[in-house]
Ligand binder design. Structure first.
Ligand code: NAI
Ligand code: A1CAB
Length: 268
């Protein structure tokens, strides 16, 4: 229901890039935040922000408007967040909550730049724009955690993490995972080409197959799902054996996730 998230004041979205826009679109689509409760800070014009403005959101009002804010959502790049929040801090009221969707930036680091307010970290996927995202949530503060859940549960499958240290792994799996999936799709299409399909046909087959596989996955046991396709001694089993030869699939994904975790830690 529009405006059902009662954060104690307007929701301020700081940064309306790829993720900020996705979050904004998800809130409006799922009516999680009423447009009139939204303040968007963005140095440049963004289509998602303009659409929100048309429904009543405020874009770049005088910073005095932030004194009413219930939650400040930081969706800027990790490299610039300090310079972005410094001018905002003097306008925030005691009850405001800082919600960060920035990869890698830890709560203690955030507290150095914008200390004194409860912090909740959320790692969403851009699927929130269609109300079908994933979001990992962590906070040491119950009220802030509740606010993070209220803002993301309507548009994402959410997981509350017990320990902030797990956020880097959750980011490496979920925040980045869709990109791995697209890279896999591309590689599958290329492999189809290497086996004789023309590029356009291989692209259609790879995309359509993985789309329909993702649609059918649900919560079913993954080995059971594989078993429904791979008949014993059949061609899929031969392909799966090649994929897993000498543990290479597992090793490749271990290395992929570990590299992303390392980078998240460096950014923090
Ligand atoms: N794109 C993704 O799938 C995900 C991104 N993230 C995190 O979200 C954050 C943002 O990432 P993206 O949206 O991909 O980056 P982006 O570069 O698309 O967006 C950042 C936005 O911040 C704006 N900005 C710069 N200075 C500003 C200021 N002073 N005030 C307000 N806005 C300002 C820029 O105009 C830009 O639109 C990053 O910290 C990233 O780690 C987290 C999960 C997923
Ligand atoms: O690549 C990034 O830095 C962010 C983290 C998760 C998705 N995008």
């Amino acid at each position: 229901m529009a405006g059902s998230v009662r954060s104690g004041g307007p929701v301020v979205l700081v940064g309306c890039g790829r993720l900020g826009s996705a979050i904004l679109e998800g809130w409006l689509l799922t009516e999680t935040v009423a447009p009139a409760d939204l303040i968007i800070l963005s140095p440049s014009e963004k289509p998602a922000a303009e659409a929100a403005r048309a429904q009543g959101a405020r874009i770049n009002p005088p910073l005095e408007a932030l004194t009413e804010a219930g939650v400040i959502v930081l969706a800027v790049k990790p490299a610039i967040w300090r310079e972005v929040v410094t001018p905002l801090a003097p306008f925030l009221n005691d009850q405001a909550v800082i919600l960060s969707v920035m990869a890698g930036v830890t709560a203690p680091t955030l507290a150095e730049g914008i200390g004194g307010w409860p912090i909740v970290r959320v790692m969403p996927t851009t699927g929130v724009s269609r109300g079908r995202g994933v979001a990992s949530i962590w906070s040491a503060d119950d009220r802030a955690q509740g606010l993070g859940r209220a803002l993301f549960e309507p548009m994402a499958e959410t997981v509350v993490l017990a320990d902030e240290a797990l956020m880097d792994a959750a980011t490496a799996v979920a925040g980045s995972g869709a990109a791995y999936f697209y890279a896999f799709t591309e590689a599958l299409a290329r492999a189809g080409q290497a086996s004789g399909l023309d590029a356009a046909t291989a692209d259609v087959l790879a995309r359509a197959t993985l789309r329909s596989a993702a649609d059918s996955m649900g919560d079913d046991d993954l080995e059971a799902l594989i078993g429904r396709i791979a008949s014993p001694g059949g061609s899929t089993r031969a392909g799966l054996d090649a994929l897993a030869k000498d543990g290479r699939l597992t090793r490749m994904l271990d290395e992929t996730v570990a590299a992303a975790v390392r980078r998240n830690r460096e950014m923090g």
